[in-house]
Design a protein around this ligand. Structure first.
Ligand code: 4AD
Ligand code: MG
Length: 456
């Protein structure tokens, strides 16, 4: 269908005076005495394009006045108030009618209501803005890494090894309900891969394989976690950005994370001013100033041990007790980011017991070279570390955790053949979108959220 994107018509004054064809969905319609108005949106722009219909003309406009109807309009672009343009319609064709039971009749719906209709909510201003910002952020991430010689790697989604060791893997099997097997091993041996397989929680282990060849790599794909966490920041399927850098120590990893986050936010502020004004007005007052402020200052850095001290001295009444060795809960993370630093902050050097087997062991024998990035409003958005590059130390850490070493032979061999200091991190893409848009529930920044007990 030959037509011009509404975004182009709004952005380019050279269309004024020209005859154009546009297509879109009717967002609002007004029928007054001599003229009728339609606000048309084709998804390319947060702003609608106003269509003006002279009722004295022979245009059959009545069928086009129903919300949600898809139409094609031919007409002339004319200057309207100040900066905006509109179209004087010469003809209107209804492409798809839309009956009155179309659910998006009101001007504003709650996010909860919209969550019940993932197939339609994209047609609201809110989701139009979220999806565009999401797309711009994804492209900014690819550009960021490409400009810095990172190779984009696609790691397997089906895996035989649990990267995080937290037991949160979805199982992949082709065997349905069966009483045929005496024990687990017989069952797995008979299954599709001949052994137990699952959906990967992280591409890191294979990412390290690639980094030991290409030097600097990143992955950007879905990770899957069967976490029983029904919270505003957990998805069972989330998008994961995981850079891995050879010849790098923990300080290099932190530097990379900070500059990546700043680059993405700068890009969104520059590329999506209308969307960001929309979020500032409707989701978080002062959002743009907060982000401008964030990218013009250094992020905070604090060790886990110091953070625990601050939490214990805070006088706050936390739901989860704070002791050295405990995992930081969202309430603790938010206190550190919101009350203490009032900005993004890296927390480093966590107790080895609460972190994964692959992290570099610090000389104190108690902590590992881990780093989490915490931000106000969300908590953890990045988790990373320097990796243990020493074969014997890595094997010892895995044995302490009773891991099955035979599932990790490739990973261990990297420490035998030209091992180098290296590290990386994982960014939860949806969590960064929450932070950038001020949208407070992760279910609202992805087209189809998958969460415990819910799939559509
Ligand atoms: O901290 P995590 O578990 O770290 C890893 O997976 C490492 N292998 C990453 C690496 O070093 N390459 O997860 C990384 C990030 C978290 O900080 C969080 O932002 C996000 O992934 N994340 C989730 N996002 C949404 N829903 C979930 N269930 C998430 N689990 C983790
Ligand atoms: Mg983590």
């Amino acid at each position: 269908m030959k037509h011009i994107d509404i975004k182009e018509i709004i952005a380019n004054p050279e269309y004024i005076g020209k005859a154009v064809t546009v297509c879109g969905w009717v967002r609002t319609a007004r029928n007054s005495k001599n003229v009728a108005f339609i606000e048309l949106n084709d998804g390319t722009s947060l702003k609608h394009l106003q269509i003006v219909i002279d009722k004295a003309s022979d245009i059959d406009f009545e069928p086009a006045l129903h919300l949600g109807t898809s139409i094609k309009v031919e007409g002339e672009v004319v200057q309207a108030r100040q900066d905006s343009v509109e179209i004087n319609a010469q003809s209107i064709t209804v492409i798809g009618t839309c009956p009155p039971e179309y659910p998006l009749q009101k001007k504003r719906h709650t996010l909860e209501f919209l969550r019940t209709m993932p197939h339609l909510r994209g047609r609201t201003n809110t989701f139009n803005a979220i999806m565009r910002v999401r797309s711009v952020m994804a492209q900014a991430l690819h550009r960021y890494f490409a400009e810095r010689n990172f190779v984009y790697i696609n790691t397997p989604l089906i895996t035989g090894s649990d990267c995080e060791g937290a037991g949160e893997m979805f199982q992949v099997t082709t065997i349905g309900y069966s009483t045929k097997y005496e024990n687990e091993n017989d069952y797995y041996a008979d299954d599709f891969f001949g052994k137990k397989a699952g959906l990967s929680v992280s591409g890191q282990l294979e990412g390290e394989v690639a980094a030991m060849a290409m030097g600097k790599i990143y992955t950007f794909g879905p990770s899957f976690r069967a976490e029983n966490s029904n919270t505003p920041k957990h998805l069972a399927e989330f998008w994961h950005v995981e850079p891995e850098i050879a010849f790098a120590e923990i300080g290099d990893v932190i530097e990379e994370a900070e500059s990546m986050i700043k680059y993405v936010i700068r890009t969104v502020l520059d590329t999506c001013p209308n969307e960001m004004k929309f979020f500032d007005a409707h989701f978080e007052n002062g959002l743009i100033d907060r982000l401008e402020d964030l990218i013009s200052h250094e992020f905070g850095v604090i060790s886990y041990t110091e953070a625990i001290k601050l939490l214990q001295e805070s006088g706050e009444d936390f739901a989860y007790p704070v002791d050295w060795g405990c995992d930081l809960q969202t309430e603790h993370e938010r206190y550190i980011a919101e009350k203490v630093f009032k900005k993004a902050v890296f927390v480093t050097d966590y107790p080895k017991e609460i972190k994964s087997f692959y992290m570099k062991q610090n000389p104190d024998g108690k902590t590992v070279a881990a780093v989490d990035l915490l931000v106000p409003g969300v908590g953890e958005i990045i988790g990373g570390s320097e990796r243990e590059a020493d074969y014997d130390k890595l094997v010892a850490a895995m044995e302490e955790r009773n891991m099955n070493l035979s599932l990790y032979t490739d990973y261990l061999e990297l420490r035998k053949y030209g091992s180098v200091p290296h590290g990386g991190f994982g960014l939860g893409f949806e969590r960064l979108i929450m932070y950038v848009t001020g949208v407070s529930n992760i279910r609202d920044v992805i087209l189809y959220p998958r969460t415990v007990g819910s799939i559509r």
